[in-house]
Design a protein around this ligand. Sequence first.
Ligand code: ADP
Length: 507
Amino acid sequence: MRFPGYALELGSLAAWACLVALSLWHNLGLLDAQAREVAAARARMLFSVVETTRLWNARHGGLYAPVTAESPPNEWLIDPLRDVDIDGRSFTKINPAYMTRQMSELMDKRGGMSFRLTSLKPVRPGNLPDPWEAKALTLFENGGTELLERVTDDTGGDHYRYMARLLVEEACLQCHANQNYQVGEVRGGISVTFDAAQVLAEINPQKQQTIVLHGVGYVLLAGATLAFLTWLRAGWRQLAQAKAEQEAMVAERTQELRQAVDDLARSNTELENFAYAVSHDLQEPLRMIGSYAQLIDRRYADHLDADGREFLGFMTDGAQRMKQMIDDLLAYSRAGRTEIHPQPVALERVLESALANLTAALQESGGQVLRDGTLPVVAGEVSMLVRVLQNLVGNALKYRHPERQAQVVVSARPHVQGWEIRVADNGIGVPEAARERIFQVFQRLHSNAKISGTGIGLSIAKKIVERHGGRIWVEDNRPQGSVFCFTLPTVPAGTDVPASQQQSGAN
Ligand code: ADP
């Protein structure tokens, strides 16, 4: 479990940078648009004042002003009443064009903002448009009404330039009717120019504020993101550490468990060896006790009274039971020691052999053994599997119910571990609390006086099944009796099954 490298931090910072840059670009664009609106409003205001003043002048058919150095007679005005004398003072007519020019020159001198009258076909050559004005006038001829642009002049000056068209009014015809002027047509325009700095002085602080705000925003966002990722990384590290510690603990416990299992297996083996050795060594003295008890019975039975013969009978019986126990113990040891070479084994054959060994028990009990379906071929050791089925079927007959004829049904069904073999009886049953215990050595649920036995049969069956890689357990067989179940492995695919071990299909 690894936390992704620092690419996550770099990626987040880059992503925030892109977002903040995008927002900055958008906001600066809005401010530029705002600056343009401010510039347009100023220019329109000036244009409107000039246009209104001109109209006022036109409606009065021009004004008379004293002739001075600043206001000489207008050489471009053709009017018989251009110059008049009143009381010995000379006056000259100031028409709208002349007035506009004079106002324009006056404003020019004051600096910062200027305007001028221009036309594509001017009467006065000085009113010829410059290239930008010519462009605007052409636009008006094509239906445009105004033009605003931010331009840089040849000297590097940064200006806003605005121009709107001048329409011929009724009042203009008083002087210009002979020039074929028509009311409403475009005869030129007034261009307004002013320093961009005037408008930008209002917008630039806002721009700076926007830039600073975006910078601070980026720093905050980046800082918060880095702090969050650092916190996340620390959590991740803690988690990884906890996982590593947990894995180490599991490994340690597993090792301890393995050690315990090994110790248990060793002590089991030692115990089995000991039991085997003791059982083996006990056989001889026991045989001697049995033989001599029989000898006494043969030779001296007539000399013994009834008690003496009964005691001798107990002795012989005890010796026989002990012999049975020793035989079973040895069989138990052998089940744990004999090497297993699994071969394909037909359980039909195994059951037949087990039943043959149980002929006496079957006759004595009057019980019946049935097969439910065909028994499969499994992988195992024949003699050992005969022993298992013999033990289980033998127990089913032995622990029969006194009021019912013993009936045993042997069946098989597929299981995740291979096959599950089931030996079901209608006997006295096994109480739930004893279902684990009865598979241990010497564990019996009945006294020997009632039903004889050594308490080793099921332990041997368990050992054999487990050595085949299977499991054995007991279930209720409702309504009566119990079912002893055990699993066995299947024959690996591709194994040749000898003819003697083929399924017979008998039922
Ligand atoms: P044994 O039969 O020699 O006593 P086992 O190990 O075969 O020893 O059985 C252990 C105990 O399990 C028996 O004493 C008996 O009480 C119980 N038992 C085994 N098989 C059955 C069965 N089919 N029905 C009821 N009880 C059984």
